[in-house]
Design a protein around this ligand. Structure first.
Ligand code: ADP
Ligand code: MG
Length: 601
């Protein structure tokens, strides 16, 4: 009954695809979730340990209906997934986290093998009732195929809500660049936990159905290499693509591995075909990662071409024919409703929007920021200048929550936020761009904008369950804003291209645009104009002036003093980690210290 193996493997590989293919969580303990489901189902159906004549022992046993047992198994797997996600809480580096999970997998199976009292140790459990009645692999024949494939179909519908929706887009953003995802306010730790929990449920359902089918379950079935077998289906089929993973599942675990059992034993060595199948599997993984990392069926991104734009009131101006970019920006920006919402939020009237007090950031022996004190007035563009290595980027990192200061305070809108996480700061409108642009390379350009919309309905549990009815309207509105921004920043031709294919200047432009999409209150821009073509430089400069007129507060790190002269209200000069001077550019030019810093730098 290869079809049963196909169905159960499929449920498992979809769950793993959610974790690894979509969200980038490399869960080497995935098979433990699956085993938890299998044991939970067994314990719920076998009845008390003493009743089975004492030939197998386990710590607890019930006899409930198979349907209830399946539900309990899924819940147990979700709980296990939740436990595994705790490993990610400490923000371990992703590769260390993967190793930690591998260790968990090996340790768990070793303990269960060794201790007869938990679930009968190494020999495992037998006589597990089939959910449809009867025992053994041929117990219920085609009925079981229908049951498994039916549940797989339901699983697919659930999975689609999670992966091929705005929620899935957020998960993919976490996969593509965790730091950038936090920068636009996504709670990465929580999202990782969600996919561990949901994926754990899928794994457990798979395990329970498998145990019920075989009628037995032992540690031999869930060695850590089984995770790798499932992983190979995801890698070969196509990471992040449910249909691709289905193909990969048919190909790898089912055909190659289960099929190995049907190969007549060669030269009298019974285990040879099976061992050989592991070799094939290993080679396949390497070949695919090397030559076709996207898999047989690559991830597809939805297209939002500008065809609909024709129906909108403003016709797209021909990109090359517009002689006056400032005019284009001036006409277009007032249409944005971005900034107004934040401006309406309460703020202590007589205090600066951002205050940095006596801030110290230390890297080993280097004081990158050395007792810096400065402030950013609401509604202004504050320039941040200084020679290379002065500590400008580090100051921005500390203010936005990406590095921990070893001393001092950061106050935003009257609240001390020194201890807040980066995502929490982004959530209250303190948003930054990076000196080296950080995009989500495997999302399209327009998706990079859509994903940045804060507090999306589609990111809530109701949104995932309720589907398009609940979030469709909001998504449509966001799409309108995103199109408008792409048009202003002359990126509309690139809308459906992967962000990873953009040139350096385009990436920088897109990153600023994405930051605007978060509806910021204070925007920290780390050299946004560096490397831009003169035309884009002009567009962006004009846009910043426009945004200030709409009430957006900004900090601008910039080397070109001419630009600082033109658009900054106040300027903070840094050198060697300290704030050297603060004031208007014209006055600062005259100061000897400032001149000296620039000559030395
Ligand atoms: P700027 O942006 O003004 O050019 P940076 O903030 O990037 O300056 O760097 C300030 C100082 O801190 C430099 O001496 C730099 O070498 C050091 N620095 C920055 N980031 C790190 C880091 N992650 N680890 C160690 N040193 C760093
Ligand atoms: Mg810098």
């Amino acid at each position: 009954m290869l079809l049963v193996y196909f169905g159960t493997d499929l449920i498992a590989t979809w769950g793993l695809n959610l974790q690894f293919g979509v969200t980038g969580v490399l869960n080497f303990a995935y098979i433990v979730d699956l085993a938890v489901g299998a044991y939970a189902y067994a314990l719920m159906t076998l009845g008390p340990s003493s009743a089975s004549g004492g030939f197998q022992s386990y710590f607890i046993g019930f006899k409930v209906s198979p349907a209830l047992a399946l539900v309990v198994a899924v819940l147990a797997g979700m709980a296990m997934g939740g436990v595994l996600s705790l490993i990610g809480l400490r923000r371990l580096r992703p590769d260390y986290q993967a190793v930690a999970l591998l260790v968990v997998s090996i340790v768990t199976v070793t303990i269960v093998e060794a201790d007869q009292g938990i679930v009968n140790g190494y020999p495992g459990l037998t006589l597990i009732p089939n959910p449809l009645g009867g025992f053994g692999p041929n117990g219920s024949g085609w009925g079981y195929v229908v049951l498994v494939l039916g549940l797989a179909a339901v699983g697919y519908l659930v999975m689609r809500q999670l992966t091929d929706t705005p929620f899935g887009r957020t998960l993919r953003a976490v996969r593509d660049d965790e730091v950038a995802a936090r920068g636009i306010g996504k709670n990465v730790v929580w999202l990782r936990a969600v996919v561990q929990i949901v994926g754990g449920g899928f794994a457990a359902l798979s395990g329970a159905l498998l145990a019920g089918f075989i009628g037995a379950w032992s540690p031999g079935a869930w060695q850590y290499v089984e995770t790798i077998s499932l992983l190979s289906a995801v890698i070969v089929g196509g990471m992040g693509n449910n249909i691709g993973v289905m193909l990969g599942t048919a190909l790898v675990p089912v055909l190659i591995q289960q099929g190995a059992q049907y190969v007549p034993s060669i030269s009298g060595q019974p285990g040879l075909a099976e061992d050989f199948s592991w070799v094939i599997l290993g080679v396949l993984i390497v070949v695919f990662i090397w030559f076709r990392p996207q898999g047989v069926v690559p991830e597809r991104r939805p297209r939002y071409a500008f065809a609909r734009g024709r129906r909108q009131p403003q016709a797209d101006p021909p990109a090359t024919a517009a002689p006056e970019p400032s005019a284009a920006a001036a006409a277009a920006l007032p249409a944005l409703r971005l900034v107004e919402r934040r401006r309406a939020e309460p703020q202590a009237a007589d205090r600066p929007l951002l205050e940095v007090h006596d801030l110290v950031v230390q890297f080993g022996g280097v004081r990158a920021v050395d007792h810096a004190t400065c402030a950013v007035e609401a509604g202004q563009i504050t320039g941040l200048i200084g020679p290379n290595g002065a500590g400008k980027s580090t100051l921005i990192n500390a203010v936005s929550g990406f590095v921990r200061p070893s001393g001092g305070h950061v106050t935003f809108a009257g609240k001390d936020i020194t201890a807040h996480s980066a995502e929490r700061r982004a959530g209250v409108g303190l948003v930054r761009t990076f000196q080296l642009p950080r995009l989500f390379p495997r999302l399209s350009v327009i998706e990079n904008l859509l994903v940045a919309v804060p507090n999306q309905r589609a990111e809530t549990a109701v949104g995932v369950l309720g589907g398009r009815f609940y979030w469709g309207g909001e998504e449509e509105a966001s799409l309108g804003t995103a199109r408008e921004l792409l048009r202003i920043f002359e990126l509309e031709q690139k809308a459906d291209e992967m962000a990873g294919t953009l040139s350096g200047g385009q990436q920088r432009m897109l990153e600023v645009t994405r930051a605007l999409m978060t509806d910021p209150r204070l925007l920290l821009l780390d050299e946004p104009l560096a490397g831009l073509s003169p035309r884009w430089s002009e567009i962006l400069e004009q846009a910043l002036v426009q945004l200030r007129a709409r009430g957006l507060t900004m900090v601008l790190v910039e080397h070109e003093l001419g630009i600082v002269d033109r658009i900054c209200d106040t300027v903070v000069v840094m050198a060697q980690g300290s704030v050297l001077a603060t004031g208007q550019m014209a006055a600062l030019r005259a100061q000897e210290e400032v001149q000296a810093a620039y000559v030395i730098g």
